[in-house]
Design a protein around this ligand. Structure first.
Ligand SMILES: [Zn+2]
Length: 137
């Protein structure tokens, strides 16, 4: 309990963690594991330095008292990676629903379309551009 109070007191007014820090921690871990395999010479020492930089930057952001500035950095990070994160989320959602649905891309506008699985040949109309095509489900 005393230790928890100490932790809570020392984190008061500090920024804590966010999505950018989670990405930094993940990158740090990846670099550390890589450098374990490659060793500390040549490219390995560069990767080890990157791991160290990730650790230092992440810790700096966690304990920073300049909360507005850290928030802006996180917003910028989220803005820059929005497309990537959307694509990843889409792939994850399609994977989770794969037993009940089939997913096709519209041949005309490349939008993902979801149709129920096991309905035989279906005429699909794109909800985005109105293109019609046939697929077997
Ligand atoms: Zn379309």
């Amino acid at each position: 309990m005393r230790f928890r109070n100490f932790l809570a007191r020392s984190m008061a007014g500090r920024y804590g963690t966010d999505q950018l820090n989670r990405a930094l921690n993940f990158a740090t871990l990846v670099f550390l594991v890589l450098s374990l395999f490659i060793g500390r010479s040549g490219v390995g020492s560069l990767i080890w330095l990157l791991a160290l930089a990730g650790l230092v930057w992440g810790s700096f952001r966690t304990f920073s008292r300049n909360i507005p500035k850290r928030r802006r950095e996180n917003e910028a990070y989220l803005g820059l990676t929005r497309n990537l994160r959307d694509r990843f989320r889409g792939a994850r959602d399609r994977f989770r629903q794969r037993r009940d649905y089939r997913f096709f891309r519209c041949p005309s506008c490349r939008t993902w379309l979801r149709v129920p699985r096991g309905k035989g040949k279906l005429n699909i109309t794109c909800r985005q551009c109105g293109e019609r095509f046939t697929r077997s489900t």
